[in-house]
Ligand binder design. Structure first.
Ligand SMILES: *Cc1c(COP(=O)(O)O)cnc(C)c1O
Length: 851
C-alpha cells in the first residue's frame, strides 16, 4: 500500500529538555561538535545511524527521554550548550568589531540578502546538487561565524537533487526521495494570526503562484526557502519547486521567477514580521535569481515619482552579481517569447514594461534572453570566483563593454573558500590547536600549535585514512548489494584498500570538462600504478551525472567497468551517491586530491580546498583556484597542453603527465620513510599546506573579501543613490541620459606629448601630455580624460600601460605630466570616460572615446 499523504509526528519532549529543541533546529550543530556530542550521548548507537539531532528527538524512546529529564548531569550539559548557542547568536563578532573601527564615510550594510538556487548546508537538509550549493551553504556559515548580517533565500525542493545508484552494468540510476519539510530542521514562517505567510507571484492567464516560506536557522543567518507545494496552487504550479534542475525551459523560468521575485517578496515579509533590518545589498549567486533586480525596480517605481532609469540606477547601486560559469554554453538563456509570455501582460511586475526587461537580457542572438547579461546589467559590481576565472569572465563578457581592453572590463574576482569548521576533521582541529570551531578562522595560519610533531600528524593522517577505508568498504558492499550481488559473493569487499597505502581521491559532478575518465586514458599504466609491488596507490572515485546527460553517464559506466575487474577491484573503487556525507570522508582520508579539468573551464573548484585543510595534498591541473594558489611546494601541478587543439591528443599528453607525476614524484615521496617509518618530506609538504594554504582557502577569508570589496562599497553607493528622495539615483540617471545623447559627438581633437627638461626622452623623464577634446554638450567635470602610456609592439597595441588623469584647463584643453615608465618603444593615447560620483568604475557604462 502507498500512503496518500505523508506527515511527521513530532516527539513530545519533556519540559526539562526543551532547550534541546532549539539546539536541534539551529543548524549550527552541523559545525559544532560539542552540540553533536550532547545529542550522541542520548543514544550513541542511534546517533551514529541517523546523525541528525532533530530526528534523534523524534526517535529516542520516550522512556529514555524521561530518564534524561531526571539526569542532573545531562540537564546541566544541555543548559550549558543552550547558553553557548545564545552567546554565539548574540555576541559581537568580526563584523561588529570591524564596524566599531569604521572610518568616516565607511558604511556597513545592516543586512545583505544572498540569493541562490541551491544551498548545501548539510545532508540533513538536502537542497543542493553540487559545488554551487555547497559554496552557498559555506558562505552562510562563514557569514554567521563572522557576524555578517546575511539573509539567505532560495527555493525548497520537494525532491531536492537525485540520489544515485548503479545498475548491474554500471549505468547511473536516479531516484528522488521526497522530503517532508515538517520533518526537517525548518520552521514555517507565519503571520501574527498563525496563518502561513504566502508570497504571490502572478502567472500568465490571470493565475497566481503561491509559495509558503520555510525558515532554516544557519547559526545567526536566517535562510528562507520557498515552497510551492501548497493547497492554494493549481496542480501544475504546485510542482514548481519539485526538483532542482529538472524539467524544461518553462519549468526553469518559473523556478527562477519564484526565486528572484518571490524570493525578494519573502525577504521583505520576513523582515517586516521579525523586525530584522531590511537588506541594503543584494547578492545574486549566479544568474538564476537575477529577476530579483526587476522586482526591486518595481518596488521603487511603485513608491512614486521615479522613471525606470532612475529606479534602475538605485537598484544597480545595491546589487552584486557573481558569475560561476567560464563557458558560454553554461549560461542560462531563455527564448525571448518565453520571457514575453511571463512578463508581457504586466501582472507579474506592474509598472515594468516587458521591453525594458528584454533589453536587460539582450545578447547577440535576438531570440535569446541571457540571464548573465541581465545579472551584469542589473548589478553595479560583479565578480568571478578565482583570479583566472575573473580573467576568463572579462573576456567572455567583454562585448558588453565595447572599446575597453579586456583587463578593464569591470568584473573582478573573489576566490571561493570553504567553511573550515564544516570540513576539517575534528581530530585535526583538536591536534592543531584552537577550539574545534575556530581553527584557521581568524585567517591566521600561525594559530597552529608549534609543538605538534611529525609523528603526531602522521598518526592522525593514518587514522583518517583508516576511517576512509572502513567507509569505502561499507559503501562498496552496500552498492554491490544494491546492484543485485548476494552477501555471499562479497567477502572480497572486506579487503578493499589498505590503510597504509597512498590514497588518491577524485570526486565531482561529471560534466565533460572535468574529465572523469582521464585516468583511464592508458589503462595499462593505471593498472601498473595500482598494483605496484613497492609503491602501490589506491583510488576512490565518485561523481554524479546530470540525469539528462547521457554522455556523462557513459563516462561513469566506463569507470565502473574498469573498477569491476577482479584484478583491480580491491585497489580502485567507484562509490555511488556522492554527497556531503560521503565527501567528508574523502576530503579527510585521502592523501592526494586529484583534479584534472580541461583548463580553463573550472571556474574555481572547492573540493581540493576542503582536502587541503585536512592535510591532503592537491595534484591538479592549474585551473581555477589552483592556478592562483599553487606555489611549487604545496602539491603538484599537472602540466597542461594548452594550445593543443585536438582534444584527444591533449588528453593523451595530460594523462601521460599525470601518470608520470604519480609514479615518479608523488608515490616515491609518500613511501620515502625514515627509520621510524615517517615520511618527512611528505609531512613537510603537509605542514606547508596547512600553514600557508589553510588560511587562504577558508570561506571566512572569502566572506571578508565580499564585505570589504563589495558589500560595503555597495552600501555606500546605494545610500548615496537613495538619500534625499533618490537625488543620487536621479542625478546618475540624468547623467546617463546626457552621456547617451552626447557621446557620439565627443571626440579627441588633438594630442601632444613633449618631454620636459631634456632634448631626448630618457626613462624617468617627465613627459607632458596635452589634449583638446570636443565635449559636445558635456562639461569638463562630466568626463574623465586620461593619458595612457605603454609599450608598443608591431601592431601599435599598448601593453603594460600607465594611466594618468588629465586636468582640465578650460576650453576643452586637458593636461597631465608623468614619468616615462620604460625604455624602448613606447606609445601613448588619450581617452575620454564618463565620470560621476556614483559610478563604481569609469568602465561601468561601457562608454569610451579614444583619440
Ligand atoms: C565541495 C563539494 C563539491 C564541489 O567540488 P568541486 O571541486 O568544485 O567539484 C561538490 N559536491 C560536494 C558534495 C561538495 O562537498
Amino acid at each position: 500500500m502507498k500512503a496518500v499523504r505523508r506527515f511527521t509526528v513530532h516527539a513530545r519532549v519533556p519540559d526539562e529538555l526543551s532547550g534541546l529543541a532549539e539546539l536541534a533546529t539551529n543548524l549550527r550543530w552541523t559545525w559544532h561538535p560539542p552540540t553533536r556530542d550532547l545529542f550522541a550521548s542520548m543514544d550513541d548507537a542511534l546517533f551514529r545511524r541517523i546523525r541528525d539531532p532533530l530526528r534523534m528527538l523524534a526517535e529516542v524512546p520516550a522512556s529514555r527521554l524521561d530518564e534524561l529529564a531526571r539526569d542532573p548531569e545531562f540537564l546541566d550539559r544541555t543548559r550549558k550548550a543552550s547558553e553557548d548557542l545564545q552567546r554565539y547568536l548574540t555576541e559581537p563578532r568580526w563584523y561588529q568589531r570591524r564596524m566599531e573601527q569604521a572610518e568616516d564615510g565607511e558604511r556597513f550594510p545592516r543586512a545583505i540578502a544572498y540569493f541562490s538556487m541551491e544551498f548545501g548546508v548539510h545532508e540533513a537538509l538536502p537542497n543542493y546538487s553540487g559545488g554551487l550549493g555547497v559554496l552557498a551553504g559555506d558562505h552562510l556559515k562563514a557569514a554567521s561565524d563572522l557576524g555578517v548580517p546575511v539573509i539567505g533565500v532560495g527555493p525548497l525542493y520537494r525532491a531536492g537533487y537525485f540520489r544515485q545508484s548503479l545498475s548491474l552494468d554500471g549505468w547511473q540510476v536516479e531516484h528522488y526521495p521526497v522530503i517532508d519539510p515538517s520533518g526537517l530542521p525548518l520552521e514555517l514562517l507565519t503571520e501574527p494570526s498563525g496563518e502561513p505567510v504566502y508570497v504571490h507571484v502572478a502567472m500568465p492567464g490571470g493565475r497566481d503562484l503561491l509559495a509558503q516560506i520555510w525558515l532554516a536557522r544557519v547559526g545567526r543567518v536566517p535562510l528562507l526557502l520557498l515552497d510551492t507545494d501548497v493547497e492554494g496552487n493549481d496542480e501544475d504550479l504546485r510542482g514548481v519547486t519539485d526538483r532542482l534542475y529538472g524539467g524544461d525551459d518553462d519549468h526553469r523560468i518559473r523556478q527562477e521567477i519564484l526565486a528572484g521575485i518571490g524570493g525578494m517578496r519573502a525577504v521583505r515579509r520576513y523582515c517586516e514580521l521579525t523586525g530584522h533590518p531590511q537588506p541594503e545589498v543584494f547578492h545574486t549567486n549566479e544568474g538564476h535569481a537575477g529577476f530579483l533586480g526587476l522586482e526591486r525596480v518595481r518596488e521603487v517605481l511603485a513608491e512614486g515619482e521615479l522613471t525606470f532609469e532612475e529606479a534602475l540606477s538605485a537598484v544597480r547601486a545595491g546589487t552584486v552579481f557573481t558569475t560561476h560559469t567560464p563557458v558560454p554554453a553554461g549560461i542560462d538563456r531563455f527564448g525571448v517569447d518565453l520571457v514575453r509570455h511571463y512578463f508581457g501582460d504586466g501582472r507579474l511586475l506592474p509598472g515594468v514594461d516587458v521591453e525594458r526587461v528584454l533589453a536587460l537580457g539582450s545578447e547577440d542572438n535576438p531570440e535569446r534572453f541571457n540571464m548573465a547579461h541581465m545579472g551584469l546589467r542589473l548589478a553595479q559590481r560583479a565578480n568571478g570566483v578565482s583570479a583566472l576565472h575573473g580573467k576568463v569572465s572579462r573576456r567572455m563578457f567583454s562585448r558588453l563593454w565595447p572599446g575597453f581592453d579586456i583587463e578593464e572590463v569591470p568584473i573582478s574576482s573573489v576566490t571561493n573558500g570553504v567553511h573550515g569548521p564544516t570540513w576539517v576533521a575534528r581530530e585535526m582541529s583538536a591536534l592543531l590547536g584552537g577550539s574545534d570551531e575556530e581553527w584557521g578562522h581568524d585567517g591566521n595560519g600561525s594559530g597552529i600549535d608549534p609543538n605538534v610533531t611529525d609523528e603526531q600528524l602522521w598518526a592522525l593522517r593514518r587514522e583518517l585514512r583508516g576511517n576512509l577505508v572502513a567507509e569505502v568498504r561499507r559503501r562498496a558492499r552496500e552498492a554491490w548489494l544494491q546492484r543485485g550481488a548476494s552477501a555471499l559473493e562479497l567477502g572480497w569487499t572486506e579487503r578493499i584498500f589498505d590503510p597504509d597505502v597512498l590514497t588518491v581521491g577524485f570526486a565531482r559532478r561529471v560534466p565533460t570538462y572535468k574529465r572523469l575518465t582521464l585516468m583511464l586514458r592508458d589503462p595499462e599504466r593505471l593498472r601498473a600504478l595500482l598494483l605496484d609491488d613497492e609503491r602501490p596507490i589506491q583510488i576512490v572515485v565518485a561523481g554524479k551525472s546530470h540525469p539528462a546527460d547521457e554522455g556523462g553517464k557513459a563516462l561513469i559506466q566506463q569507470i565502473v567497468r574498469f573498477v569491476d575487474d577482479p584484478a583491480v577491484r580491491e585497489h580502485i573503487v567507484f562509490l555511488p551517491d556522492y554527497d556531503m556525507s560521503m565527501a567528508r570522508y574523502l576530503y579527510r582520508g585521502c592523501d592526494v586530491w586529484l583534479n584534472n579539468p580541461t583548463r580553463p573551464l573550472e571556474a574555481c573548484g572547492t573540493s581540493g580546498m576542503k582536502a587541503a585543510l585536512n592535510g591532503c595534498l592537491n595534484l591538479s591541473i592549474r585551473d581555477g583556484w589552483w592556478d592562483e594558489y599553487y606555489d611549487g611546494s604545496n602539491g603538484w601541478a599537472i602540466p597542461t597542453a594548452d594550445g593543443v587543439t585536438d582534444p584527444l591528443l591533449r588528453d593523451d599528453l595530460e594523462a601521460a603527465a599525470l601518470y608520470d607525476l604519480l609514479g615518479q614524484q608523488v608515490a616515491p615521496l609518500f613511501y620515502d620513510r625514515d627509520e621510524n617509518g615517517v615520511p618527512r618530506g611528505w609531512l613537510s609538504m603537509i605542514w606547508h599546506t596547512l600553514r600557508t594554504l589553510g588560511p587562504r582557502v577558508q570561506a571566512s577569508r572569502m566572506v571578508r573579501e565580499y564585505v570589504e570589496s563589495f558589500y560595503r562599497p555597495a552600501a555606500t553607493t546605494v545610500a548615496a543613490a537613495v538619500a534625499d528622495d533618490y537625488a543620487g539615483a536621479r542625478s546618475l540617471a540624468a547623467y546617463r541620459a546626457r552621456v547617451d545623447a552626447c557621446w557620439p559627438l565627443l571626440r579627441v581633437v588633438s594630442t601632444e606629448l613633449s618631454v620636459e627638461d631634456s632634448d631626448v626622452p630618457v626613462v624617468g623623464a617627465r613627459a607632458r601630455i596635452t589634449a583638446r577634446v570636443e565635449l559636445a554638450e558635456l562639461d569638463e567635470d562630466d568626463v574623465e580624460v586620461q593619458a595612457v602610456v605603454g609599450r608598443v609592439g608591431d601592431t601599435d597595441d599598448l601593453s603594460d600601460v600607465v594611466t594618468a588623469t588629465m586636468a582640465p584647463c578650460g576650453r576643452g584643453e586637458f593636461v597631465t605630466s608623468l614619468r616615462l615608465p620604460f625604455a624602448g618603444s613606447l606609445g601613448y593615447t588619450v581617452r575620454v570616460l564618463p565620470k560621476h560620483p556614483l559610478l563604481a568604475t569609469p568602465a561601468e557604462l561601457g562608454r569610451v572615446v579614444l583619440a
